[in-house]
Design a protein around this ligand. Structure first.
Ligand code: EPZ
Length: 440
């Protein structure tokens, strides 16, 4: 297992290229199961979860190639319809093969994903929705089996705007003749990116980004060439690292429109945020994520400027998009650990997403956690210490804290961070941080 060693209190300068979105790439790669034709997905980040998806798709009968952030998929043999435990256990997003396989073969068997450190993470919303499309659900030795003599288009409403359930049902509906109407959908930008990919495959999808999405399914879908949107959670994480360390950092291949909630918070806390290069100065036009025949939209980039002083205390409550993203709650708490006062953080999405608080307290933070609420009393100084990552975003929070802390921080179990951030130490070193990866 690797550790990060970070020497804190060093301001950052320069440029960081934001990678493609992990949480957009994973459903789009799953969507390649909807077609037997060749697919080519670009701007795919080189992360552990992508490698797990590579293994899963190959196991299921696809032939995958991945290099230089390009992921190609061809159908090598008849697809298996069973995603086994040791693959699903490694990565919860494996559940996203359910929608495509159910649609194509009217049957799919996969291991119940189990929980993780941030919560139980059931999949009842996915299963109830499949049943609304005419499927039956049964359980056997830790697996769930979803099957249907015939799937039918329907109108259904999610009890909660689940990101994964919205994605699974969009993919399933894309191969069901007729119009399926999904209500109370997740509105995350990654949903719009999946909609764009399904449109490129021949499905008719309308309404992504709003609460109601309509999908007119086809008998068969085509292969596609598609480029994944920028990673908005990586973007927000780097904005918080720059705000905590101080200095001036330019984030390229991303856009302020993807991070409006965290930008509002940072500006209130006293951080200067602007578009790095206004559209007219943009070097090359790029496609807007998810929209059909949209005008060539350009990622404006972001400049973050901070003096490294203690920020104003700003409380946040996590919400489904466009609210404050739960995946940035931990990095935000780390930033507030040095605020000039007390801030309240409410985690409304996951039931156990404050594990990072104890690690931040080892660095001198003053935090009280009660159920889903954390009171952060800002301190003058954080001090480097040995700490441990417990999930992707908790690990990112420790980097934010280490950037602001005096002295050396050793972050253990860096493999959690590697699941969500491509070459993060190289990007940070290029921006001036003293960080190195060492074998534990
Ligand atoms: C996606 O997870 C993301 N993962 C998560 O990012 C993100 O935190 C989450 O959405 C919320 O934005 C990927 O996209 C791969 P949900 P997902 O279904 O789809 C409950 C990261 O760090 N729920 O919207 O699993 C669930 O327990 C990861 O990149 C049910 O009760 O999230 C949770 O409390 C972490 N039943 C809430 O809904 C269900 O059937 C949100 O879950 C499904 C979900």
């Amino acid at each position: 297992m690797d550790n990060f060693i970070i020497h804190g209190s060093k301001s950052l300068r320069g440029e960081v290229k934001i990678s493609g979105s992990k949480n957009a790439a994973l459903p789009i790669l799953a969507a390649t199961m909807l077609t037997r034709e060749k697919c080519e997905i670009r701007n795919v980040p080189d992360l552990m979860d992508i490698k797990s998806t590579f293994e899963l798709l190959n196991y299921m009968g696809k032939k995958c190639f991945f290099g230089f952030n390009v992921f190609s998929v061809e159908e090598a043999s008849a697809l298996k319809q069973h995603a086994p435990y040791d693959m699903v256990r490694k990565m919860r997003a494996s559940v996203l093969v359910a929608g495509p396989l159910l649609a194509r073969f009217k049957k799919v068997r996969f291991s119940l994903p189990g929980g993780c450190s941030i919560g139980v993470r059931p999949i009842d919303i996915h299963l109830e929705a499949f049943q609304k499309l005419g499927a039956q659900v049964s359980y056997e030795r830790g697996d769930v089996i979803v099957s249907a003599a015939k799937l039918k288009s329907a109108r259904l409403k999610f009890r909660f705007p689940s990101v994964g359930a919205t994605e699974n049902l969009m993919m399933c509906a894309a191969l069901i003749k007729g119009t399926t109407v999904l209500e109370n959908c997740a509105r995350e930008p990654e949903i719009a990116d999946l909609a764009g990919a399904l449109r490129c495959m021949g499905a008719v999808v309308e309404g992504e980004g709003a609460a109601t999405i309509k999908i007119c399914g086809r008998d068969a879908l085509k292969g596609l060439k598609y480029s994944v949107m920028p990673d908005r959670i990586e973007t927000g994480t780097f904005m918080l690292i720059a705000a905590a360390a101080g200095g001036k950092l330019k984030l390229l291949n991303t856009d302020l429109r993807l991070v409006e909630a965290v930008t509002r918070g940072l500006k209130k806390a006293g951080v200067k945020i602007s578009t790095a290069c206004p559209p007219e100065a943009q070097p090359t036009p790029v496609r807007e994520f998810g929209r059909r025949a949209a005008p060539k939209l350009r990622w404006g980039g972001i400049t973050v400027e901070a003096n490294g002083c203690r920020p104003a205390p700003i409380g946040v409550a996590t919400k489904p998009y466009p609210g404050f993203p739960t995946d940035l709650q931990a990095p935000w708490m780390a930033f507030m650990a040095r605020a000039r006062g007390e801030s309240l953080i409410h985690e409304a999405i996951f039931e156990n997403r404050f594990i990072h608080a104890a690690e931040l307290m080892r660095m001198g933070a003053d935090i009280t956690v009660t159920d889903r609420k954390a009171v952060v009393r800002g301190v003058k100084r954080l001090l480097g210490a040995p700490v441990m990552a417990s999930d992707i975003r908790a690990g990112a929070a420790l980097i934010v804290a280490a950037a602001a802390a005096r002295g050396i921080t050793v972050i253990k179990r860096v493999y959690h961070i590697d699941r969500g951030y491509e070459k993060i130490e190289d990007k940070l070193r290029l921006a001036g941080m003293r960080i190195e990866r060492v074998k534990a």
